[in-house]
Design a protein around this ligand. Structure first.
Ligand code: HXC
Length: 257
C-alpha cells in the first residue's frame, strides 16, 4: 500500500488505517481510494478485527478528491473510471468505522468522514464541501449526508458557498460525536473503538446495519428490518453468553460466534 498505512491489530481487536499522502493533504486520488477499499475488505474479513479507526494527520484528514487528477477529465472519462463504485464498496463494510478527524475534512474528505459510522474531531477540524468554488459540486454523498446531519438550511449554505464549519459547529449540529483537544483525537477514537470491540461482534454488525437502514426506509419497514436483525442475534453464541453472564453476575466473553 503506497498511500495508506494499515495496522490490523493496533490494539486488541481494533485496526487503524492512516491516510498517508501528507504533502498533498491526503488528497484522495484513485489509487488511495482503491487501497482503502481493499484494506477495508481485508479487515472486514479478518475475525481478529472488530472495529476500525480511519485517520489522516494533524493538519488534514483529507482535503478532498485529487483535483490535479480530475482536472483534465471529460464526463465520459469520469463515467468510465466509475470511482464511486469504490465508495459503494466502502459503504458495505460491516464492521464499525470511526473517523478520527483533525484539520481539513473537505470535499471528498468530508464525504469520507461522513461515510464512516462515527466521527471524533480534534478542535482544529474543519468540515466543508468547497467543490462549488472549483466549478463542480459534491459527488460522494455530500449533498445527501450533510443534509441529513445538518438539515437543509445549513447544508445548502455549505454546499452553495463552500464555507467551512468548525469542529465546534459540527458538534452542535450532530455531524460529529465529540470534539477533543488536538493531542487526543486519535486516542479518543481508539478508545471508542476499543469499547465497541468488547461487545458481541455479531450484534455490533447487525446493529450497525439496522441504524444505517433508517436512512434508506420509512419507519415501518425500518422497524421490521430491526426486528429481523434482533431475532438474528438469538442465532449467536454471543447472545447466550451475554445473557448468561448477566444472570451469573460476571463479565461476558464474546467470540463473534
Ligand atoms: C490535489 C491538493 C488538494 C486536492 C490540497 N492539495 N488539496 N491537491 N487535490 N484536493 C495540495 C496543494 O496543491 C498543495 O500542493 C498541497 O496540497 C498543500 O496545499 P496548499 O493549498 O498549499 O495548503 P493551504 O494553503 O494550507 O490550503 C489548504 C486548503 C487548500 C484550504 C485545504 O489546499 C484547498 O483549498 N484545497 C482544495 C480543497 C477542495 O477544493 N477540495 C474539494 C476537491 S473536489 P503543492 O504541490 O502545490 O504544494 C472533491 C470532489 C469529491 O473532493 C467527489 C468525488 C470523491
Amino acid at each position: 500500500m503506497e498511500f495508506i498505512k494499515v495496522t490490523p491489530n493496533h490494539q486488541e481487536h481494533v485496526a487503524l488505517i492512516e491516510l498517508n499522502r501528507p504533502k498533498e493533504l491526503n488528497a484522495l486520488n484513485l489509487q488511495l481510494m482503491g487501497e482503502l477499499r481493499d484494506a477495508l475488505k481485508q479487515l472486514d474479513d479478518d475475525d481478529s478485527v472488530r472495529a476500525i479507526v480511519l485517520t489522516g494527520n494533524e493538519r488534514a484528514f483529507a482535503a478532498g478528491a485529487d483535483i490535479k487528477q480530475m482536472a483534465g477529465k471529460t464526463a465520459i472519462d469520469m463515467f468510465n473510471i466509475d470511482q464511486f463504485s469504490t465508495w459503494d464498496q466502502i459503504k458495505k463494510t460491516k464492521k464499525p468505522i470511526i473517523a478520527a478527524v483533525s484539520g481539513f475534512a473537505l470535499g471528498g474528505g468530508c464525504e469520507l468522514a461522513m461515510t464512516c459510522d462515527m466521527i471524533i474531531a480534534s478542535e482544529t477540524a474543519q468540515f466543508g464541501q468547497p467543490e462549488i468554488k472549483i466549478g463542480v459540486m459534491p459527488g460522494a454523498g455530500g449533498t445527501q449526508r450533510l443534509t441529513k446531519a445538518l438539515g437543509k438550511a445549513k447544508a445548502m449554505e455549505m454546499v452553495l458557498t463552500g464555507k467551512f464549519i468548525s469542529a465546534e459547529e459540527a458538534e452542535k449540529h450532530g455531524l460529529v460525536n465529540r470534539v477533543v483537544p488536538v493531542e487526543l483525537y486519535l486516542e479518543e477514537a481508539l478508545k471508542l473503538a476499543a469499547e465497541i470491540a468488547k461487545m458481541s461482534p455479531v450484534a455490533v454488525k447487525l446493529a450497525k446495519e439496522s441504524v444505517n437502514r433508517s436512512f434508506e426506509t420509512g419507519l415501518d419497514e425500518g422497524l421490521y428490518f430491526e426486528r429481523k436483525n434482533f431475532y438474528m442475534c438469538f442465532a449467536s453464541e454471543d447472545q447466550k453468553e451475554g445473557m448468561n453472564a448477566f444472570v451469573e453476575k460476571r463479565a461476558p466473553q464474546f467470540t463473534g460466534k
